[in-house]
Design a protein around this ligand. Structure first.
Ligand SMILES: C[S@@+](CC[C@H](N)C(=O)[O-])C[C@H]1O[C@@H](n2cnc3c(N)ncnc32)[C@H](O)[C@@H]1O
Length: 353
């Protein structure tokens, strides 16, 4: 897919407009401090999530095997839908590189981006509420068929007339009414004010409260995990890039890392969903392989080469025994497996609550 002809060239996926630059020195200093504080807060709070999380990991190479851009887009859309339907907190897309590189290097403005970069871009795009996409995602060649995909219709993809305790927004460059505040577009008929200085173009989660008079008090910015923790609302997934499968396991964004790893394979153990006993977990990760499975992903990783996946994963499971087709494709396996894990995960969550 990545080698196919592209007819548009565009820019970065998450370009942030810089406005409201605070030419006054003290204002600028205060602003930088606030941004630092805010970034730190977001970082710490997001990784120190109190509710249990479920992550999935899959190789970006699944995109490279598609026959066309449309089919690649469709596949990315299916992963995004599966993650949303089953309330997944994090989707990790991995490569099989030996050298570390980060997400922004991978998704740099590249007309011929890799399957991994393509998948990351579409997953992020679909997870973003529609009203924020124009600001956060400049046109890109890889996004040209996203309009064909079914929407996620997730709880944070709110319509203009809907009221919810939280809303996703983007900070604006426009002058806010008072110092130390910022205007935010939360997809309502009016912009709201938040009680912090934040650079323009940043995605934020805003606590909306119950007062529907948008002009009144400034609103509070909260971490993106708050809606889930406080109101039990599914609030979308994060997308993470991992240069290889070792980094999937070792570079968890969560404090303390993943505490339980599950591998999926036709060569795994067969256990009925109703009989599967998962240990209590804080951060669970379920891994999927590509065309040649997780065993091949291990072989391509210098740290895991020669290792049996059964030694690395707490469980290595065959979830669809007696399959009628010789192969279950990764995008099909994601749906089948997440359905299979629903009840066992629910049992754990009920037992820890
Ligand atoms: C095309 S399959 C890979 C087939 C490969 N021959 C193998 O050894 O796993 C792609 C991925 O789908 C998932 N998968 C396929 N069949 C599965 C099954 N019966 N149980 C659990 N996962 C499966 C696994 O994550 C696998 O790596």
């Amino acid at each position: 897919m990545a080698k196919k002809k592209r007819d548009e060239v565009d820019a970065e996926p998450q370009v942030l407009n810089h406005g409201n630059d605070g030419s006054h020195d003290t204002k600028k200093k205060k602003k930088n401090k606030t941004i630092e504080k805010e970034q730190k807060k977001a970082l710490v709070d997001d990784v120190d999530i109190t509710t249990p999380t479920v992550s999935i990991a899959l190789p970006g190479s699944i995109i490279d095997n598609t026959q066309s851009f449309e089919l690649a887009t469709r596949l990315a859309g299916q992963i995004s839908r599966a993650a949303t339907i089953f309330r997944i907190d994090e989707v990790v897309v991995f490569d099989n590189q030996s050298e570390p590189s980060n997400d922004s290097q991978v998704t740099a403005d590249d007309e011929n981006e890799s399957g991994t970069a393509f998948l990351i871009r579409i997953l992020k795009y679909l997870e973003t509420p529609q009203y924020l996409r124009k600001t956060l995602f400049p046109k890109h060649n890889s996004l040209r068929f996203v309009g064909l995909l079914p929407p996620l219709d997730a709880p944070h993809h709110l319509r203009k007339h809907e009221w919810a305790p939280y809303r996703e927004g983007v900070t604006l460059a426009q002058q806010a009414p008072s110092s130390g505040t910022t205007l935010v577009d939360v997809g309502l008929s009016k912009n709201v004010v938040i009680d912090e200085l934040v650079e323009a173009g940043r995605r934020v989660t805003v606590a909306m409260g119950t007062n529907r008079q948008l002009d009144d008090e400034p609103h509070e910015v909260v971490t993106s995990s708050k809606p889930r923790e406080k109101a039990g609302m599914y609030w979308g997934y994060k997308v993470r890039y991992a240069p290889n499968i070792t980094s999937v396991f070792e570079q968890s964004p969560y404090k303390g890392g993943y505490d339980y790893l599950i591998g999926t394979s036709e060569h795994g153990h067969i256990v009925k969903s109703s009989e599967l006993e998962l240990p209590p977990f804080r951060h669970l990760l379920i891994a999927f392989g590509g065309v040649a499975g997780l065993e091949e992903c291990f072989e391509e990783d210098k740290n895991l080469k020669g290792k049996d996946p059964r030694e690395v994963f707490g469980m290595y499971l065959n979830i669809c025994p007696h399959q009628g087709s010789r192969t279950i494709r990764t995008e099909e396996a994601v749906f089948i497996c997440l359905q299979y894990f629903q009840e066992p995960i629910d049992r754990v969550l009920k037992s820890v609550n």
